[in-house]
Design a protein around this ligand. Sequence first.
Ligand SMILES: [Zn+2]
Length: 262
Amino acid sequence: MLPGKTIERIRVLHSDVLRQPSRDFSARLKGRDFEAVHRRGKNIVARLSGGGVLVVNLGMSGRLVLVRDEAQTTHPAVRFTLSAGPPLVYDDVRRFGALEVMDESEWAVRDHRLGPEPLSSSFTARGLHADLSRSVSPIRSWLLDQRRVAGIGNIYANEALHLAGIHPQRPAKSLSEHEARRLHRAIRRTLSSAVDNRGTTLRDYRDSSGIPGNNASKLLVYGRDQEPCSHCSTRIHRFVFGNRAAFCCPNCQPVGVSSSNG
Ligand SMILES: [Zn+2]
């Protein structure tokens, strides 16, 4: 949708989403063409003609929308007029997201700091177990740390831990090799099903065409406090640690290491 289009005009409506002065940001984008666009962790990375990249971190509520109808955006922060088609708008209710133009070497440094992509071949069960064994962090916090694995947010961390039968507060290093293998499989399943369902609309996420994601109904524990577990009917328990909500089934995800885990 974007590759091949030229950025003709940039209008910054809320400069607090930029990681650089708005004049500098605009000067580095004006007249450039979008080349390939890919995702890396929680970032959308758009290569620009003449070198450099536009990196968009969506934060909690950010989205990039090709706006055919103004009603598609509620909190536009940056608007790009393109050489063809509708304008591209960065819309963000809470404005925890960030946009930044970087040169290739700056991006390479940032990219290097991110952990493996969970759906790539560099993310292995063996590697995961080895990494987990070096940390006493609660496993849910470990999964949210973008330097360990890239692109896992709180919703999918909770979902993957439920699928794997692991309590969110278990210390990372307490996971057996068998549990690490289950978690590895659960992360991949959770993320690939989320991609198939175009993301999860809980607050206001939309993909770049503005179509709501339809993954929310497929969530097993997240947002389901007091509802019966789909596996054993025990009520799902919500609690908060590390400033984020956690959801789990107390029966399927025991706090201690369960004896059935080999
Ligand atoms: Zn259960």
